[in-house]
Ligand binder design. Structure first.
Ligand code: SF4
Length: 357
């Protein structure tokens, strides 16, 4: 068994000075944990500061408009996290009198709080002995014990959890959890960790068996779904106050609650001529009084299990829009676009096209 005192000493000497490590406020710990899911520390840091400054308490976050939360979240991706953040804040205010639940089981009932986040908050803020198993801990433990089970399987996660439970000291489980995660994030990294100088080189089975390159083992990857989108950047003819049409993405959409240009999804890439024949086109631009000013390069955007391929058509439309009655479509002045929460893919095009033209 690896010696946990070694780990704790390493952590004391090497840990990064991160703002959420200087607090035991469960609100701020929760905020940092949600922001850091699928986000690197360097990227998440500014978002953490922005959220804490704008919403210093769970009450302030609960009272906010969801559009403002999404706007502040813009650029982080995985927007379900932002919606859950807001829903959880409201639940804490309405059902828990503004106090965070102080134990693992009750924390698990909150929207978007899974076993890892619940264990991190319970151990760090409330001293409960719960192992927080993130990707770093899975990697470290699977290497220490040269595990054959894939770490993305239920069986593999269960084994790691049981092993961490055995390793976890009774005193200060929060610091232990943080030390495990930090060791994985900063030392026992995915590729080429410094095994020969590692404090666990004499105890690490993967190193001893020269299996570090092969562990952690993973199941075969799920298939990536490819999707093709044509975004219609419909410019209004009034050049004094140029405006575009935006649509709010509905429930079930990958970008629910965010704003994009109206979009047509096709099975594969097609020509602009073919695009004009589609009924979806007529829904957005019903008459023929328009000019296509620009067809963008192909943009690609990676989501967890989807790869998006998108082109943007900038269209000068002069006729009336029957869709002005569509509550999901709204005309927005170009200089007000920044006030809307838009996905990173859309933002990349806006930056390329409008900020240069
Ligand atoms: S010896 Fe290598 S694989 Fe094992 S814990 Fe240390 S860095 Fe990780």
């Amino acid at each position: 068994m690896p010696d946990i005192q070694r780990l704790l000493t390493w952590y004391r000497l090497n840990r990064r000075d991160l703002p959420w490590r200087q607090t035991s406020d469960p609100y701020k710990i929760w905020l940092s944990e949600v922001i850091l899911q699928q986000t690197r520390v360097a990227q998440g840091m500014q978002y953490y500061h922005d959220f804490v400054n704008r919403f210093p308490t769970v009450q302030a976050l609960a009272a906010a408009d969801i559009d403002e939360v999404l706007r502040l979240w813009q650029g982080l991706g995985y927007y379900t996290r932002a919606r859950n953040l807001h829903a959880t804040a409201q639940m804490i205010v309405q059902k828990h009198g503004g106090q965070f639940p102080d134990n693992y089981n009750d924390l698990l009932q909150l929207p978007g709080v899974g076993p890892y986040t619940a264990a991190a908050i319970a151990s760090i803020a409330f001293g409960e002995r719960q192992p927080a198993i993130d990707g770093n801990v899975l990697r470290v433990v699977s290497r220490w014990f040269a595990m054959a089970e894939p770490i993305d399987s239920a069986a593999g996660i269960k084994i790691v959890k049981e092993l961490v439970q055995q390793l976890m000291p009774a005193q200060d489980p929060g610091t232990f959890n943080e030390a495990m995660m930090e060791f994985g994030a900063c030392y026992c990294i995915p590729a080429n960790p410094g095994c020969s100088l590692c404090i666990f080189s004499d105890k690490c089975a993967a190193h001893q068996q020269q299996l570090v390159h092969a562990i952690p083992r993973k199941k075969t990857k799920p298939k990536i779904r490819h999707r093709t989108f044509y975004y219609m950047v419909v410019l209004h003819k009034n050049q004094d106050e140029p405006s575009v049409l935006l649509t709010k993405r509905a429930a079930g959409d990958i970008w629910q609650g965010l704003y994009t240009f109206p979009v047509i999804e096709t099975q594969a890439e097609i020509s602009p001529e073919q695009l004009l024949q589609l009924p979806e086109w007529k829904n957005i631009i019903p008459d023929n009084d328009f000019v296509i000013l620009h067809t963008s390069r192909l943009y690609t955007h990676q989501l967890t299990h989807q790869r998006l391929h998108a082109r943007f058509l900038v269209i000068q439309a002069n006729g009336a829009f029957t869709n002005d009655d569509d509550v999901n479509l709204r005309r927005v002045r170009l200089d007000q676009l920044h006030g809307f929460a838009i996905p990173r893919l859309i933002d990349r095009f806006v930056t390329d096209y409008f900020k240069q033209s």
